[in-house]
Design a protein around this ligand. Structure first.
Ligand SMILES: Nc1ncnc2c1ncn2[C@@H]1O[C@H](COP(=O)(O)OP(=O)(O)OP(=O)(O)O)[C@@H](O)[C@H]1O
Ligand SMILES: [Mg+2]
Length: 328
């Protein structure tokens, strides 16, 4: 690996599922790059393929197309011990700490388990590493002998993060790690993740369905719709000048605390539900909900041009962002 290689480099990734009703293309040719220490958010509605992509990055889901490179190495070419070595450096944090933590094991045993599985260190070294990691996530060793049931939701997610960190990974794939938590607790966990990036140089691929959640966390954002990335860019650009009608709709959907601004909204909200992924619309998948759709949108699937996949990106009315009024 050279220092110029991005940590994670995904090109043309495709994931599909065969169901009784037909084949669902959950991820359809996605490109994504995460650099060392960078936080990249993947945002989109339920069912757009975020978890499928996250799992494919960790090779928990097979790719039917494209490639995933980690530190310059194509994961598809690895198996056995070399693959295990790479997978140590790539860990996942799950949405629901309640169901992802084994209720019969203590916090200490849960956090130690990856070290045992990968046969790292002596028992004494492992105990020390577990204690250090619990400190790192703000829990401390007094939690070692507790069971998940005795913890709050936020504490459980800290255990989930400790378990992901104990092998000293370079990248965490966080799949909606705060959506099951109360809003006040969400902020604390996001703060913890930012702090870990700062202290450990950790990179994150952070999956969320809500753009607002990633605003103060992410460096880069990729917006996904029905298996494809429709817009990507820096988080500041995305909030100041969302360019895809879908990104604009996502921003419009976020509540605005400022009453005057909220009232003045004349924004195009996407109407209707996500189309059936078994039979996606022809052309641009978003056209059935898009206020700006034209006949061409039904005919040709738009490519990502200047980081936006929209036939009409040069003709759209300027988007007046109220999101810049929402604190911070
Ligand atoms: N194991 C599976 N078998 C069949 N279809 C699946 C499977 N997992 C996901 N899908 C389908 O693939 C598509 C993408 O699902 P995925 O879970 O990746 O979306 P998501 O963006 O993570 O959604 P959510 O926000 O609800 O977690 C959906 O249409 C979903 O129904
Ligand atoms: Mg998901």
């Amino acid at each position: 690996m050279t220092t110029e290689d991005p940590l994670l480099y995904v090109r043309g990734a495709a994931v599909s599922y065969r169901t009784r009703a037909g084949t669902v293309t959950a991820v359809d040719g996605v490109d994504l790059t995460v650099r060392r220490g960078e936080i990249v958010a993947l945002v989109g509605e339920s069912g757009c393929g975020k978890s499928s992509l996250g799992r494919a990055v960790l090779r928990l889901e097979p790719l039917v197309g494209g490639e995933v490179r980690f530190g310059g190495v194509d994961l598809g070419t690895l198996s056995g011990a070399p693959l295990r070595q790479v997978r140590r450096r790539l860990q996942m944090v799950f949405q629901d700490p309640q169901s992802s933590l084994d209720p019969r094991r203590t916090v200490g045993a849960i956090v130690e388990r990856p070290l045992r599985v990968h046969r790292v260190g002596t028992p004494a070294q492992r105990r020390e590493k577990v204690a250090m990691t619990l400190d790192l996530v703000g829990l401390g060793t007094r939690y070692l002998d507790r069971y998940p049931a005795a913890l709050s939701g936020g504490q459980r997610q800290r255990v989930g993060i400790a378990r992901a960190l104990v092998l000293d990974p370079d990248l965490l794939v966080c799949d909606e790690p705060v959506s099951a938590l109360d809003v006040s607790i969400q902020a604390q966990i996001l703060e913890l993740l930012l702090d870990l990036r700062e202290r450990l140089g950790l990179a994150l691929l952070f999956i969320a369905h809500d753009l607002a959640v990633v605003r103060h966390l992410a460096d880069q954002v990729a917006v996904m719709y029905l298996g494809r990335i429709v817009e990507r860019g820096s988080v500041d650009e995305m909030f100041a000048r969302p360019r895809h009608p879908y990104t604009q709709a996502l921003l419009s959907a976020a509540p605005v605390p400022d009453v005057a601004v909220e009232r003045a909204r004349t924004l195009p909200l996407a109407t209707g539900d996500l189309p059936d992924p078994l039979s996606p619309p022809s052309g641009c998948a978003f056209r059935t909900r898009c206020p700006h759709a034209r006949p061409v949108c039904a005919e040709v699937s738009p490519a990502l041009v200047n980081d936006v996949a929209c036939h009409r990106q040069d003709e759209l009315p300027p988007f007046v962002s109220h999101a810049s009024h929402t604190g911070g």
